[in-house]
Design a protein around this ligand. Sequence first.
Ligand code: NAP
Length: 457
Amino acid sequence: MAYQTVNPFTNQLIKEYPPHSDADVEAALQKADALYHSDWAKGDIDQRLPVLHKLADLLDSQTEALAKIASQEMGKLIAQSRAEVKLCAQIARYYADNASGFLAPVKYPSELGEAWVEHHPIGVLMAVEPWNFPYYQLMRVLAPNLAAGNPIIVKHASIVPHCAETFAHLVREAGAPEGAYTNLFISSDQVGKIIEDDRVQGVALTGSEKAGAIVASQAAKKLKKSTLELGGNDVFVVLDDSDLEKAVSVGVQARLQNAGQVCTAAKRFILHENIADAFLAKFTAAFGQVKLGDPLDESTTLGPLSSKDAQETLTKQVNEAVKNGAKIHYGGKPVEGKGNFFEPTILTNITRDNPAYFEEFFGPVAQVYVVEDDDAIVRLANDSHYGLGGAIFSQNIERAKRLASRIETGMVYINSLTDTAAELPFGGVKRSGFGRELSDLGIKEFVNQKLVVVSNK
Ligand code: NAP
């Protein structure tokens, strides 16, 4: 795919970025591999961490400019773009402050003698990343792996080349040596060849189930480690004892944030029958208040989808859902005119034989289900190919905790939307992928946890 910046609010082509050649790929591999074998990567972690501190400061000091680039390139509301840049700074700082502790040797009491596990980098990694959080996705891979000493080659999504290039420049400006982080505008075939290369030891992909399956199988063929952060069909459960006002306002945000293009967005609203009518009435009224418009205008509350393709895919999915019996309770159509807008939409009456029941809708479309009790909630929540996040609203925290334990996902939040923070693990189960990013777990994915034993015999 061509690497192009097209403003999703105007559909105007802003800039094309020439693709990198196979010779560029080879040069990137050589530099990354040379760095991996250098003292910078294999030696003391204290040489690497200042890069992350500096990067955090650069992100903080350039928030406004960076936010504008993202909003113009993929349509995120400007306030949300600023929040994303701030979160990136927090992640960089978090690993700068904590990576030494996470990677310190761990002693293992043993009958065989003195034993400990050391943590070493494993080599060059290939990262494939999506456009929906064009900086945060990169930071989730960069920060822990720069700290650990793994050089990274990155293929970002083809619709966010400006963000990709800007981020790579910042990493260099922060003091990362050549080869520590290389952005390449390359094709899927070139990614496949990089994964095959003996100098590469792992691959991290965030994106769709389809891309994840391809990239993971390429890695598996060469017996390389992979982590996959894929799609989700997260539930937003509203119990009959919840604070309805709060559930509604958080629910609207959980479905419409980033124009609904969030892996952990609330996609299936599961309502207890006792509050279903009241919730739906308030939720619909709130959708009615949404203001579509320019992502750079502070008063806009719903921006465009990231591309024409995204708008067309969502339109097809909604039409197909309706053909199979779903009812449009609110919205339901793409917005005519400039920009890739889609109306905030609520679908009801979705039965299990409707393809919509199992699909991820990557846009402002909420599915609503009504159930009679907690067991039915668990059955419906777990009847999904995905298992990423989920939210439960209740004023009875013990009841919510019991439900949280029964839901088959990698993350569950009680009385909040599914959120993210540097110190909390992020990832899913089932077709939402495997492995974790962020926290202490994220930094252990691509390190050699090497056991050393001094025998006592
Ligand atoms: P996508 O099509 O899979 O694209 C993601 C990345 O994979 C892009 O860089 C894309 O490049 C690349 N790609 C696609 N096919 C490839 C192949 N065969 N080989 C190598 N690279 C390939 O995903 P998307 O539709 O843009 O992104 C949305 C999806 O990502 C949703 O399903 C969402 O839930 C998921 N997501 C998950 C998380 C998480 O943490 N779990 C976070 C964000 C998003 P091109 O752009 O050049 O096609």
